[in-house]
Design a protein around this ligand. Structure first.
Ligand code: GTP
Length: 348
């Protein structure tokens, strides 16, 4: 059987990966795409945000970061997809893996070369990195993960250029080209990019990656077989020191979840969240949630990056579905108690 081309979609927290993926899934390009979704934190909110259509096979992986603890799960997920395809149970001709915003794409890419079973079914097409034009300068200054995602890219897509001026875009593009002179840079506001610039690029060049990391193809399974601690809240900390491939996720970045089975009062929640981003916005790297609002028969999807917060109307609550809210906050040294107590005050 023909090898299935696989695209690794990466980019820092909130860069616009899911927005781009949604766009790819909606476009009438004739491809049948399987998706592997990986989220930092124990809740998968993207699943609510992602368009779901019976044609797509979406596999969620939200028990840790794909480049670290759940890399074994990635191999299993890829194996299962391949088996089902061979058996005629699934029909897809392309695979997209959306990594967490903190993932190092290196080990994810490595999986396609190191695992025989995976290599027998899939061909790594390209690593595409979405770069948030509004926040990337700061992210590149602060986070090694952001630099590494740019360094490993075969293609760089700039999102959110609608929020900044031409000079800022030019300065960012120049910096990206300095970090990674090989990857072409294009604009993809709200994921608007021709499909030919995303799928079937045949862009992955092993030699380039070996230049960045001469040990790219070194089998190191044995080295971190013991790195199986729970990474839900805090990924990459323990094993960072002994594994140069790993993401070295910043120790002070953590995720926490707020859940409630009571609805929110809209006015109180608006006021509280408004105040929260005023005070903690610079440290709030990413937040998102599915909310149950008082008197609403539809879910409210809420999400943001730093001070930029937005809401959308989601699907109708199913009668059989228990109503409730779940929110994930990813940030640097965020005071969880202040968030949780404040949110509780906003419940009806
Ligand atoms: N103004 C503007 N907003 C955008 C653009 N692309 C994405 N967004 C918004 O940015 C936020 C984050 O987008 P997502 O697509 O969820 O980002 P992500 O990279 O999947 O986020 P994580 O997986 O949580 O790291 C959402 O509120 C999007 O609507 C863009 O080009 N312009």
């Amino acid at each position: 059987m023909k090898l299935v081309p696989a695209t690794i979609l990466t980019g820092f927290l909130g860069a616009g990966k899911t927005t781009l993926l949604n766009r790819i899934l909606r476009e009438p390009h004739g491809h049948r795409i399987a998706v592997i979704e990986n989220e930092f934190g124990e809740e998968n909110i993207d699943n609510e945000i992602l368009v779901q259509d019976s044609k797509e096979q979406i596999v969620e992986m939200s028990n840790g970061c794909i480049c670290c603890t759940v890399r074994g799960d990635l191999i299993v997920a890829l194996g299962t997809l391949a088996q089902k395809r061979d058996a005629g149970e699934l029909d897809f001709d392309h695979l997209v893996i959306e990594t967490t915003g903190l993932a190092n794409p290196g080990p994810v890419a490595q999986t396609f070369f190191m695992d025989d079973e995976v290599a027998a079914h899939f061909l790594l097409d390209a690593i595409i990195t979405v770069v948030d034009a509004r926040h990337a300068m700061h992210q590149l200054d602060e986070h090694e993960e952001a630099q590494r995602q740019v360094g490993f890219a075969d293609k760089l897509l700039l999102s959110k250029t609608d929020l900044v001026g031409a000079e800022e875009v030019a300065a960012l593009t120049a910096r990206l080209k300095r970090i990674n002179p090989r990857a072409p840079v294009s604009t993809a506001d709200f994921g608007r990019v021709p499909i030919a610039e995303v799928l079937d690029l045949r862009g992955f060049n092993l030699n380039d990656k070996l230049e960045i990391d001469p040990d790219f193809l070194t089998d190191e399974e044995h080295e971190h077989a013991h790195a199986d601690h729970d990474c839900d809240d805090h990924c990459g900390h323990e094993h960072a020191h002994h594994d140069h491939h790993h993401a070295h996720h910043s120790d002070d970045i953590a995720a926490f979840v707020f859940r409630s089975e009571r609805p929110f009062n809209t006015a109180r929640l608006d006021e509280f969240l408004g105040g929260l981003v005023q005070v903690f916005g610079p440290r709030m790297l990413r937040y998102k949630g599915v909310l149950w609002m008082e008197d609403a028969d539809r879910k409210v999807l809420f999400q943001g990056v730093h001070q930029m917060m937005g809401t959308d109307i989601g699907a109708k609550w199913d009668d059989a579905e228990p109503r409730g809210s779940k929110m994930v906050f990813i940030g640097k040294n965020l005071p969880k108690d202040v968030f949780v107590q404040g949110l509780e005050q906003c419940l009806v």
